[in-house]
Write a protein that binds this ligand. Structure first.
Ligand SMILES: Nc1ncnc2c1ncn2[C@@H]1O[C@H](COP(=O)(O)OP(=O)(O)O)[C@@H](O)[C@H]1O
Ligand SMILES: [Mg+2]
Length: 456
């Protein structure tokens, strides 16, 4: 680069250069005017002293102090404090340096703000996600864990950051699949079962990380417990239905074959077989009816056609239908109907079905000579229908299950009475679509109390 005094002077600024030159000029002029001799040495020294002080002061004010300020600000920046402004506004290179550092600080501040915003946004998204996210680097050290994972795998982000994932998540399958994904750097989807705090099934998608964390893997955990349970329930239901349908069909087919094999000629036997076949056909019809009813109510295909009804009248109607079967078993059927019962808004057909199912059960599961009582009344803002029997009762462990489809305490006994195992499931669903509920209380050998509640 070629040296050019004019260029240098421009870049440094004219004023400081001029003042330095002026000072030096005055100094030499004074030396010329008052040459230094042995006699005036002291005088000259005294005379030059103010100039030296002035020079030193200028140097201090113009260079040393501003540089101190700048280095102090730089130290603050290094500590992360970007708010401090260097208050030097001179028109020289030190002023320029201060301006540049201030600009640098404000740019850095903006960049840091942007990064912080971005980070906060990502954090908020990760925090509000229902799915779990775990990210690990190429060596299997935890980079990130979101709260969904903290809950699912019972770990904490604080305790796990930077640690080996295998130290943190003690799950054999998860560890195995993660290692496989790390090794192969390929997407992998697997299901894992977690037993604590409560048993859950997670579908886990392992994806290799791209960008700066290349070599790592991110795992996305989705809770599929409910879906799997629903699938299981559907499979169970189909298996149950097939089984329930097959039993009467097998029986009908068996008797048909016997009849075809010659029993047709024996009129008495033939009549007996035909009666059984008729009963089995009735059972099949009932089963299909119940299945339809249940499915319609469950899927809300049929909504209750509500009208104001007297529960007392409804109960009397059911008693007239079932009185005969109670009489056949010598079961005493009583009713207690509260005198001042207000009408209740219900679907008559649906509620009749509920009461028939409950009273029918009470009669079926009570031995001859027993008692069945049907009561109705009000309890606060609810109306209730209570069916009390002196029957066989329900074992404690079965009480919570009797409302499940096809659940029976004693399969053979239920079938003997032509039960489908769907009655109480229908009862529960009908009451639910009416905004009501059902409670049961039972002691084995003593009897059962079923209470249906309906909002008034
Ligand atoms: N009043 C009752 N006393 C004893 N057990 C009962 C009574 N009501 C219901 N249960 C039990 O609950 C089961 C389910 O009832 P339900 O759904 O009506 O089916 P089903 O009567 O067709 O067997 C019955 O099989 C029976 O074991
Ligand atoms: Mg029943």
């Amino acid at each position: 680069m070629k040296f050019s005094p004019a260029k240098m002077a421009r870049s440094i600024g004219w004023r400081p250069i001029a003042s330095y030159f002026l000072l030096i000029f005055i100094f030499f002029a004074l030396l010329k005017l008052f040459p230094v001799t042995r006699q005036n040495a002291l005088g000259v020294a005294l005379l030059t002293f103010p100039f030296a002080v002035l020079l030193a002061w200028m140097l201090l004010k113009r260079v040393v102090l501003p540089l101190n300020l700048i280095s102090e600000a730089a130290r603050e920046m290094a500590r992360g404090n970007l708010e401090k402004e260097i208050k030097i506004y001179t028109n020289d290179e030190i002023g320029d340096l201060a301006k540049s550092i201030n600009l640098l600080a404000s740019r850095l501040r903006r960049t840091v703000d942007e990064i912080t915003d971005e980070k906060n946004r990502m954090r908020a998204i990760l925090h509000s996600m229902a799915d779990g996210v775990v990210a690990v680097d190429g060596t299997g050290r935890v980079l990130l864990v979101n709260p969904a994972v903290e809950r699912a795998l019972r770990i904490t982000e604080e305790a796990s950051r930077g640690k080996e994932i295998v130290e943190v998540v003690r799950h054999y399958d998860f560890e195995r699949y993660l290692k496989e994904a790390l090794r192969n750097q390929q997407e992998l989807r697997r299901e894992i079962q977690v037993l604590t705090p409560d048993p859950r099934i997670f579908s886990v998608q392992f994806t290799p990380l791209k960008g700066s964390d290349r070599g790592g893997v991110v795992a996305l955990l989705r809770d599929v417990t409910e879906r799997r349970q629903l699938e299981q329930m559907r499979n169970d239901f189909v298996a149950n239905v097939s089984h329930e349908l097959r039993t009467p069909m097998t029986s009908i087919k068996g008797f048909l074959e016997t009849l075809l094999d010659g029993a047709l000629d024996d009129r008495e036997a033939a009549e007996h077989f035909l009666n059984i076949m008729s009963a089995e056909t009735d059972r099949l019809t009932r089963l299909i009816d119940d299945l339809f009813a249940l499915s319609n109510i469950e899927n809300r295909k049929i909504l209750p056609k509500k009208e104001l009804l007297s529960l007392g009248n409804l109960i009397l109607k059911v008693i007239s239908i079932l009185g005969q079967s109670a009489g056949e078993k010598s079961i005493k059927l009583d009713t207690v109907i509260a005198a001042d019962m207000p009408p209740v808004s219900v679907d008559e057909d649906m509620l009749t079905r509920v009461v028939i199912n409950l009273v029918d059960n009470a009669i079926k599961y009570t031995s001859a000579g027993g008692k069945v009582m049907v009561e109705t009344g009000c309890d606060g803002d609810r109306a209730f229908i209570r069916i009390t029997d002196t029957g066989i009762g329900i074992p404690e462990e079965s009480i919570s299950r009797v409302f499940e489809r096809f659940y029976r305490v004693d399969r053979a006994r239920s079938r003997q009475y032509g039960g489908t195992g769907l009655g109480l499931a229908i009862v529960k669903h009908v009451l639910e679509v009416h905004g009501g509920s059902i409670e049961v209380c039972s002691r084995i050998g003593l009897g059962s109390v079923f209470t249906a509640y309906l909002p008034l």
